[in-house]
Write a protein that binds this ligand. Structure first.
Ligand SMILES: Nc1ncnc2c1ncn2[C@@H]1O[C@H](COP(=O)(O)OP(=O)(O)OP(=O)(O)O)[C@@H](O)[C@H]1O
Length: 729
């Protein structure tokens, strides 16, 4: 049972950007603090919203900014004022950013715009504090105690530079060396890869008749993504240094099928593959056989045995089973749920269940299940409670849709411009969104639109290095981005869930979730790209006010997040005079107050909108990205639909987060019709449709790479501008 339940928290962490002056270090709890002075402290469930600033604007503008009195019982994004009327910022035609004689870009006079007007109220987050599941990462035991080959031990210490075992390694390696099947669950970044790689290498090198390359695979490792396949290959290759006769190999798509076939013909003893690619070879390559398979490892098993991969895994299991009966099977993940356990019952033989967070449960699965069934104590949500690394600080911020883009940009600037060695991963819900925001940020935050007269400082622009990773990129580009981000000391990786699983990217400091994940398991994997192997890390989940309930949904899985106020994120704009509105002249940044922060946010938003509206092509590109967002939004599973439902989206407000000045008419018409016809369908059909769509998205994200490459994003030109191809896809 969750401990400490009932303790109500109203958290606003002392979260600030380093170097930010105390005077404006934290915004007042509400921008409307002045107006409400003297009113009693708000009770539980009251809402906060943006109102007039507490300082300085002329009365007329103050009036213009203040919100109509609103008392809502329900938080919804939908809160229209004038039907479909654009509430846009200052039109660029009227107020262009004019280069002066000195070549300086003169900023437009920014009136407080509708960016801060007519937004839904931001609810207070009140939630029960839950006791998070904790796991100890390291043990004091060394690898010497395992009876491994001396060369393997010396490789672990000299090549991998590791001395003591992690908890999951200490528990798994002896069981696997005994020949047991296993179901291994331990938190992200706890060393599960070596927990199976060490026993595999130990057992293969010890075989009486030495393995020949031409024997073909003795071990098959299935992983969900190509990057994870490469990473696993790299680890196994290191472990195999003293055992040169054992040949590892990777099949991962994106490479020419012909060259993979040639490598298969020569022989691969430890074969690492994505399911789709392996199925392609099973169907088309004569030289692939599984008669000597001794190990089947399914890493990220819950993802691989999940929707989208099911069929492929069945083909693979049938192919292996037809050629070899006896082998060791290992399923691993940080989020092995009941569903996987049931599949494990079918595919594993008398397995040991290893779970670091509950050592008492390390016994054959049947016993565990029986105990659970008898006790009736655990709900299914509790069974899906996942451990989160102890040094991972999780945050959430509630941001109205209109302000989402500027908030993300301010957050990125705050971390990367003013701090050294910041590595951020930002998750989006689709490939199109990644492409869109990648180019938008390159062209605005790094491009001329926002450059100060003297140009961006070299150090700031090198820290603001944007990279992207998603399933629609050419493999060559994908690998390059993965490796570049992996090796760099700072930068921002914009990606889809293709980077959520298993990737071990060193020294990632922040994980930002711009779009909420589709399940608590995916939340865990996304945030798990930081705070690995006992290191520190932080995460930020950005939610719309209508999505605030998601915080409770996470809490039901024993996941605690603390709130950062949007105002605190935006306040970083006070440090950057590129966003200064002309009205404020030479006023020193140090005394910047809430009103000017709002205006600076507006300058930033205007830069985004100017960029998008500079050509019809870009507008259509932004609309397509918006459409992709809505499509992805419609695929949240049934149990989250009450939180994430397309009907609670205000299209006009969401459009702003794509740099669009108003809701695209044609888009709303087409998606509206579709939505209507969908809603008329019977429930069962609806469910199948959305499941189907989700499976489609997952498949394209984790594709084998064998399909026609025309959906792929071609190489960008050197200015990073979207190519025509991108715009068409
Ligand atoms: N015994 C050890 N001592 C020190 N570092 C280790 C040890 N074992 C593994 N590591 C390192 O810890 C990091 C995380 O390991 P790994 O990627 O295997 O984690 P994981 O549990 O598989 O994570 P995820 O669930 O995200 O896939 C890697 O950089 C790895 O080299």
């Amino acid at each position: 049972m969750a401990a400490d339940e009932g303790l109500l928290l109203n958290i606003s962490e002392d979260w600030t950007f380093p170097g930010f002056h105390q005077e404006h270090k934290k915004f007042p709890r509400s921008f409307g603090a002045k107006e409400r002075r003297g009113t009693p402290k708000q009770a539980k469930g009251t809402k906060r919203k943006f109102q007039g600033a507490s300082q300085g604007p002329p009365p007329k503008q103050k009036n213009e900014m203040s919100l109509p009195p609103a008392k809502k019982t329900e938080v919804k994004e939908v809160k229209r004022t004038g039907k479909g009327k654009p509430e846009g910022l200052i039109s660029p035609k009227k107020h262009p950013a004019v280069p002066t004689n000195e070549g300086q870009v003169e900023r437009p006079f920014i009136k407080t715009s509708s960016l801060f007007k007519n937004n839904p109220e931001i609810p207070e987050i009140h939630r029960a504090m839950v006791k998070q599941v904790r796991e100890k990462v390291f043990t004091s035991d060394s690898f010497h105690e395992l009876g491994l080959h001396p060369h393997l031990i010396s490789t672990i210490s000299t090549v991998l530079k590791m001395s003591s075992m992690t908890s999951v390694q200490k528990q798994s390696i002896p069981s696997l060396l005994e020949g047991r099947d296993a179901l291994v669950r331990s938190q992200t970044g706890s060393g599960k890869t070596l927990a199976y790689c060490i026993p595999v290498v130990q057992s293969l090198q010890a075989m009486k008749s030495r393995i020949q390359r031409s024997d073909g695979p003795y071990t098959l490792v299935l992983v969900p993504t190509r990057e994870l396949a490469l990473q696993t290959f790299d680890t196994i290759q290191k472990l195999l240094k003293p055992f040169t006769w054992i040949v590892p190999g990777v099949l991962m798509g994106g490479e020419k099928r012909k060259s993979e076939k040639a490598r298969l013909r020569k022989g691969i003893n430890i074969l690492i593959s994505t399911p789709g690619r392996l199925v392609d070879h099973i169907k088309s390559t004569k030289n692939i056989h599984f008669s000597r398979i001794q190990w089947l490892i399914i890493d990220e098993a819950d993802r691989i045995l999940d929707l989208g991969f099911e069929k492929d895994v069945t083909v693979i299991l049938n192919a292996i089973n037809s050629e070899c009966e006896k082998r060791q099977n290992v399923l691993l993940s940080a989020t092995l749920t009941e569903g996987v356990t049931r599949l494990a019952d079918i595919s594993l033989h008398n397995p040991v269940s290893i779970s670091v967070s509950d050592e008492a449960c390390n016994q054959p699965i049947k016993g565990c299940k029986a105990a659970r069934e008898a006790s009736h104590l655990q709900t299914s949500a509790e069974l899906d409670s996942f451990a989160v690394p102890e040094k991972l600080q999780q945050h959430v911020t509630l941001v109205p849709s209109k302000l989402k883009l500027v908030t993300l940009a301010a957050f990125i600037l705050g971390r990367c411009e003013f701090e050294k060695h910041q590595k951020l991963i930002v998750f989006f819900s689709s490939c199109e969104l990644v492409e869109f925001y990648y180019h938008l940020f390159l062209q605005t935050l790094l491009g001329s639109a926002m450059a100060p007269a003297s140009g961006p400082s070299p150090s700031a622009s090198s820290r603001l290095k944007f990279l992207r990773l998603h399933g629609n990129m050419e493999q060559e580009e994908r690998t390059a981005a993965f490796q570049e981000f992996s090796q760099s000391k700072s930068g921002i990786l914009l990606c889809t869930d293709v980077a959520a699983r298993g990737l071990d990217l060193p020294q990632v400091t922040w994980i930002v979730q711009y779009n909420a994940p589709s399940s608590p398991a995916e939340y865990i994997h996304r945030i798990g790209r930081t705070a690995r192997i006992g290191c520190h890390g932080s995460s930020l989940l950005i939610l719309a006010p209508s999505e605030a309930e998601y915080v409770n949904s996470l809490a039901s899985h024993k996941i605690n997040v603390s709130e950062i106020k949007m105002e605190d994120i935006l306040s970083i704009l006070a440090m950057d005079d590129r966003f200064k509105g002309r009205r404020w002249g030479n006023k020193k940044s140090r005394s910047v107050g809430p009103q000017e922060i709002r205006e600076r946010a507006t300058v930033l938003q205007t830069a985004f909108e100017d960029y998008v509206h500079a050509s019809a092509e870009r507008v259509s590109w932004a609309k397509k990205a918006l459409q992709s967002f809505i499509r992805a939004y419609a695929t949240y599973p049934k149990d989250l639909k009450h939180i994430f439902h397309v009907r609670s989206l205000h299209l006009g407000h969401v459009a702003k987060s794509f740099g669009l000045r108003d809701a695209p008419q044609n888009l709303s018409a087409s998606s509206g019709n579709k939505k209507k016809s969908k809603l008329k369908r019977p429930d069962l059909h609806k469910k199948t449709q959305s499941k189907h769509r989700l499976a489609e998205i997952l498949r394209s994200e984790y594709s084998s790479g064998m399909e026609a490459g025309d959906a792929k994003v071609k190489k960008q030109n050197k200015h990073g501008k979207p190519s025509n191809h991108t715009l068409q896809s």
